[in-house]
Design a binder for this molecule. Structure first.
Ligand code: NAG
Ligand code: NAG
Ligand code: NAG
Ligand code: NAG
Ligand code: NAG
Length: 317
């Protein structure tokens, strides 16, 4: 209990809650008016700009390499740039983009296999656009990003890729899990070394916070890279800033904005219960480790107005 209080105090200081713009960020999926959603959207944009002004930027837009634009998908017909973020509804939005581009006939978004929506080469991204066109698009197109609580996204990636049993999970366990176990487990079993299938959340957290060059390639995987690194929200002024917590409203606004309201964004999002499990998983980590992890996602926390209420306990609010 004492430990918890110190911990709360520390983060009360650390977490910079500029002001709360998102009164309905409570996971409710009731629909709100487009006007209300748009005013939230504008407030979020302002908050990003305010937060960005507080940080010295490492780069200017000019200095980004083409590959740093590769998460931004291009739809010329609807003048839309969408920076996709794994673990933040990106499968459904990729499906929508397929329908918009005429790559799928049915208007039922969920009828598209997820693997198809993620297949390489399905979409054009901004890395292959000439600099001149890129500048024009960034100036004139709608620019969408959908964000999520950083630790919730992180846990979602862990549960999906390192705990899961899907093909994709097996791939990650083989490629990433084995390396984590080799680096962090004392006396690993042969089975763990061979399959990488039982990485604990703590081992995963230690691996992510390891600054060694040797691990950098997997630490920088898109599934857990900070959104700020993938989408550069201080350099690109996103005009549609959605949140996972208000996904339906924000998606309806985006579809309305690009004249694609005929598409039914899936209402029934199946939740994997990540938010509810957050406290349990993070209680396996000690305070210094959580602090190092927080540092990695500091910009995501501040720019997108999240805080650590859901990690540090229920007595904060
Ligand atoms: C971006 O497009 C290039 C060229 O088509 C492709 O090689 C690359 O994998 C794409 N990047 C992403 C993240 O989809
Ligand atoms: C769309 O449907 C038509 C008629 O069923 C079919 O011929 C065509 O191949 C389909 N196109 C795509 C991209 O699926
Ligand atoms: C684990 O692998 C090593 C080296 O291949 C082998 O010597 C050892 O007997 C194995 N241990 C078990 C418990 O299978
Ligand atoms: C970081 O990873 C490297 C390479 O696997 C390892 O040698 C080192 O002990 C790790 N450092 C920490 C602090 O865990
Ligand atoms: C949407 O459609 C309306 C009416 O057809 C048109 O005036 C408007 O320019 C369109 N907007 C976009 C972003 O294409």
């Amino acid at each position: 209990m004492e430990k918890m209080r110190i911990w709360n105090g520390y983060f009360m200081l650390l977490v910079c809650v500029l002001f709360s713009v998102s009164g309905n960020d409570d996971g409710s999926m009731t629909e709100h008016s487009l006007e209300l959603t748009q005013s939230l959207n504008l407030a979020r944009q302002e908050l990003i700009q305010d937060a960005c002004r507080r940080f010295p930027l490492k780069w200017s837009l000019d200095e980004l390499t083409p590959s740093q634009f590769e998460h931004i998908l291009v739809d010329d017909d609807h003048k839309l740039l969408y920076c996709y973020v794994p673990k933040v509804a990106c499968t459904n939005w990729k499906r929508v983009l397929m329908i918009l581009a005429g790559k799928w006939n049915d208007t039922d978004v969920l009828s598209i296999p997820a693997s198809l929506a993620h297949s390489p080469g399905m979409f054009r991204n901004l890395s292959t656009v000439s600099k001149e066109d890129r500048v024009a698009m960034l100036e004139n197109y709608h620019k969408m990003i959908i964000v999520r609580n950083p630790f919730e996204r992180l846990l979602s990636a862990y549960r999906n890729k390192l705990e899961g049993e899907t093909q994709s999970a097996k791939y990650f366990q083989n490629r990433v899990g084995k390396r984590i176990i080799r680096a962090y487990r004392e006396n690993p079993s042969n089975e763990s070394l061979e399959h990488g299938h039982d990485v604990t959340f703590k081992e995963f957290a230690m691996f992510l916070t390891n600054k060694s060059e040797e691990l950098a390639d997997v630490v920088n995987n898109e599934h857990w890279q900070p959104i700020t690194n993938l989408c550069h929200p201080c350099l690109i002024k996103y005009t549609l800033v959605g949140k996972y917590e208000t996904l339906l409203d924000d998606s309806l606004l985006a579809l309305h904005t690009i004249n694609a309201s005929h598409i039914q964004f899936p209402r029934l999002i199946h939740t994997s219960g990540t938010a509810e499990k957050l406290h349990g998983y993070f209680s396996q980590l000690d305070l210094p480790l959580i602090r190092r992890l927080y540092k990695l996602y500091k910009y995501d926390y501040r720019l997108f107005n999240y805080d650590l209420d859901n990690i540090v306990g229920y007595d904060l609010g």
